[in-house]
Design a protein around this ligand. Structure first.
Ligand code: ZN
Length: 105
């Protein structure tokens, strides 16, 4: 089990981060994808932008973007209006794959 998965289970979204390049390495990796240096695990902001939304069986799903480039697939709670692109990460978990639940702000 990776640190990433472990933290997700505790409702904590962390991503690999390169101190030297000052950017998040996504998908998570043990090494920076630019300089191949070591990474640290850094907390990702709970605020995300809505990239795309879809619905199936009365439920909403979305692609959300954190920190300008970390894109994840998740589910979207509540009343959704197309005009509101600001999301808050309500809950995350890991069960065979990462799970993200968002709420509009
Ligand atoms: Zn780097």
């Amino acid at each position: 089990m990776t640190r990433f998965e472990d933290e997700l289970r505790n409702n904590n979204f962390v991503c690999s981060y390169c101190m030297k390049c000052q950017h998040f390495v996504w998908p998570t990796s043990e090494f920076c994808n630019k300089c191949l240096g070591n990474i640290v695990w850094k907390q990702v902001s709970r605020n995300a932008k809505l990239v795309e939304v879809s619905s199936a069986d009365g439920k909403y799903f979305c692609i959300a973007e954190f920190e300008g480039h970390i894109r994840v697939f998740g589910s979207l709670l509540g009343n959704h209006t197309k005009h509101n692109k600001n999301l808050t990460l309500e809950k995350c978990n890991y069960d065979e794959r990462p799970q993200f639940v968002f709420k509009t702000r």
